[in-house]
Design a protein around this ligand. Sequence first.
Ligand code: ATP
Length: 367
Amino acid sequence: MTGIRLDAVSKVYGGRHLAVDNVSLDVPAGEVMVLLGPSGCGKTTLLRMIAGLEELTGGDLWLGGSCATDLSPKDRGVAMVFQNGALYPNRTARENIMFPLRMAGEDVAEARTKAAGLAKILGIDKTLDRLPGTLSGGQRQRVAIGRAIVRQPRIFLMDEPLSNLDATMRTELRQEIGAMVRDLNVTTVYVTHDQIEALTLADRIAVMRDGRIEDVGTPTQVFNNPATAFTAGFLGAPRINLMSATIQVTAHHRVSLDLGAQTISLPPTDRRSMILSRHDGVHVIVGARSDAFTPTVERGDSDQLLGTLRTLEFHGNQWIAFVDCGVEMLNPDLVGPRTRPPHDVTQTRHAAPRRSTLTSLARLLLR
Ligand code: ATP
């Protein structure tokens, strides 16, 4: 089993376009690492560098403990699946899957057995004798995955393999890919901009932005304990509410958050009050997911955010309320590329134990 280490890796295209900026990342053997981020943030470039399809401009790549920076792609033991896994149109699904084994000199019977085994895992055992042109998009992509993995690569790389499929097919194949990579226990790097794919498939997620890694952690870590406002805003639907606030501490160590138009207080008994009480006057960003709010018409304590209901949207399994609180909700683009808020949420987290999440802080305040 082979792990991957990226050591201060960068990629500059055409002498000036910095696509990957000083990225360091460890993917232990057998792990499924998902690279998640908006279009153009450098995910594919990073994947292609691991595959050996792009040269590194700076840094080093290690595969299984050996430096692979200058290793040719064919010697890396890496298999890759693209958005449109191109198949040989005149070969059946079975022949497509068997092809890499036959090229490696494996005998027909052996190759057939391996192809049949994989086809079963991928749910295409009934379509093995059909030509690619007669298969659905999802079936073709399964064949492409089978063909990539049949030689038991040391490392399996997937670049948005589900992006051209319809929603039902995407869900189905996503589950099958998840089961397959776990069954085969192969180190996998999976690129997507779809947060559901990332959250469901990953052992760990690396959130990328502008060629850099913004946050790395298990799905629950990056969702519940986002390292930055960007990660908080990128994960979760409906999108998290991000509010600009200043910490205020009274003489009696009561902590409140001044949101401009409103101030909300933390219960003094809460341990987060203790942590925040050391940061009087510090500007922070408060994140609160919509499920952190419990709407009420009762006027209660100072931990309530007051607002006027503007719109209710029906989302099938839930209603989303848009409430005007007179508080500035930060435009997601503000905390996106280029502009960083004065004090990022990381500032709060540095001072706080990891469990003091931005989200649960808001929940506490707003419940
Ligand atoms: P997407 O999700 O849209 O595929 P991505 O996150 O995979 O995007 P990359 O394809 O890695 O992003 O591209 C990163 C940046 O590098 C982009 O700004 C892109 O325009 C640029 N880029 C990619 N390939 C090349 C190339 N061959 N020459 C010049 N610039 C490139």
